[in-house]
Design a protein around this ligand. Structure first.
Ligand code: HEM
Length: 437
């Protein structure tokens, strides 16, 4: 082949690759986007970051599978071997571990962004519900992955959490039996969790995520604040894509650096005879574990289930077609969200302290079974309290239904964060309240 024809062939190959790449990009984005879409302070790139983290997790997960051994006798030592004998093994595991934790945060913040901008409205209801499925998938990924190192942290966090699942009405019993594969966390559980973690969940995740992306295009792309004036548009390639590539490079570099200096934790080998004190769930479940300290387990499981159901139904409750894509809806909305945030910090702290030192329903109503005194009563009181907060926000700020919904949601999100912080830092031996500093 002459030099000229070789150069032409290379050029044609390059053009073909570029056409394929552009095609992929333009399946995910429209060909032209409003200039305002280049501002990253609207979405904060959180959806894209979550997608990139999923890709990182799947790639590093596949590499980890080459060394990991899902057996009770060898799981822990296979991780030790990976950490100490395999080149870049420790870093690989750290990237997987920290990306999984970061994904929980970016998905949660992405959901908050969608919620605060009211972007579940305007025809995006289906994608909101699909998003909730994605959130549950991300939680399930973290939960099943948590057990795999088979260290003390893994064993006991999963023992605590699976004991809770048993309290779910109807499906609780069969689901626990299915997950554990026996009466307690053991070999069958490890094998189940491994299969779910590396095969079942990734397959569902890829399908649901693809549907989420397809739906964004189908719904007419992401919501944007409505503008009266004509908006200038630019082509997606290169203007939007170069920003996304730069953000992706920054995220990759950040995770690599972080993983280089902070290895993933590995505690002592799991010992079913010696629970650590306190036996805490993983950090992202500590808000729920906090509920357990105050309510009968059935109520502690039912409350988040109701809230999740309510979250899924929000687009059918708040159907207002104004202020879509506007952070906090309006001036009133901003005030409502600010008041709800303050309440979300103060009220859970006050209730935790009250319950720790004063409230004692089982002692006050000794004739009632504890499922009523410590379950039904606190559950109904909490639900009534949430309804009262909604009504009060509406009345005090003369808020419309959308603004009041924003307030109630903000209260719940902030409360969850406060309960999680209490669980992480302020619970010590026997889960008693402590002052950590
Ligand atoms: C693995 C998890 C997820 C990934 C990878 C993901 C990815 C994305 C991406 C890339 C977008 C485009 C806009 C943006 O970047 O913000 C988006 C939009 C959207 N997402 Fe997600 N998402 C996930 C989870 C969720 C969750 C948990 C929810 C809500 C419960 C949600 C609801 C939505 C909705 C309603 C839109 C359209 C928003 C709009 O029109 O502004 N997503 N998602």
């Amino acid at each position: 082949m002459t030099t000229q024809s070789a150069t032409n062939a290379r050029q044609m190959e390059r053009n073909r690759m570029r056409a394929v790449m552009n095609n992929i990009i333009l399946h995910l984005h429209p060909t032209r986007v409003p200039v305002s879409a280049l501002r990253w302070t609207y979405t904060w790139g959180l959806g894209g970051m979550s997608a990139l983290l999923v890709v990182i997790l799947i790639s590093t997960g596949i590499l980890l599978m080459f060394r990991y051994d899902a057996s009770v006798e060898r799981a822990y030592t296979s991780i030790q071997y990976l950490e100490t004998q395999v080149m870049f093994g420790s870093m690989l595991r750290a990237i997987h571990h920290w990306s999984a934790n970061l994904l929980l945060i970016t998905v949660f913040l992405h959901m908050l962004r969608v919620f605060f901008t009211g972007s579940y409205r305007g025809g995006h209801a289906t994608n909101w519900i699909v998003g909730i499925v994605l959130l549950l998938l991300v939680l399930s990924f973290n939960f099943t992955g948590y057990l795999l190192p088979w260290d003390q942290l893994a064993y006991w966090a999963v023992t605590v959490a699976t004991s809770l699942i048993g309290y779910l009405p109807v499906i609780g019993g069969p689901l626990t039996t299915f997950l554990l594969g026996g009466p307690e966390v053991g070999q069958a559980t490890l094998r189940n969790f491994y299969a779910i973690h590396v095969a079942v969940l990734p397959a569902i995740m890829i399908l649901v995520m693809s549907y989420h992306f397809w739906r964004i295009r189908k719904d007419g792309d992401i919501s944007q604040p409505e503008r009266k004036e004509k908006v200038a548009k630019v082509t997606t390639i290169p203007y939007l894509v170069q920003i996304e590539l730069a953000a992706a490079a920054a995220l990759l570099a950040g995770i690599a650096l972080w993983a280089m200096f902070l290895p993933a934790p590995l505690e002592a080998l799991a010992n079913p005879a010696h629970p650590p004190n306190p036996a805490k769930a993983a950090w992202y479940f500590l808000g729920f574990q906090e509920l357990l300290l105050h309510m009968h387990p059935l109520a502690a499981v039912m409350l988040p289930s109701f809230i999740l159901l309510g979250l899924a139904l929000i687009p059918f409750w708040d159907r207002r077609d104004e202020d879509i894509g506007v952070y906090f809806r309006s001036r009133v909305g901003k005030k409502v969200a600010a008041a709800a945030s303050v309440l979300g910090v103060l009220l859970p702290i006050a209730l935790v302290l009250l319950d720790e030192f004063w409230v004692d329903f089982p002692a006050w109503f000794p004739s009632l079974p504890t499922i009523v005194s410590n379950g039904l009563i606190p559950l109904l009181l909490t639900l009534a309290g949430l309804a009262a907060i909604y009504v009060a926000l509406k009345a005090v700020f003369k808020a419309n239904r959308s603004e009041a919904t924003l307030g109630l949601g903000t209260f719940l999100f902030v409360s969850l964060m406060v309960l999680t912080v209490i669980g992480i830092f302020f619970r010590g031996s026997n889960m008693a309240l402590i002052w950590p500093w």
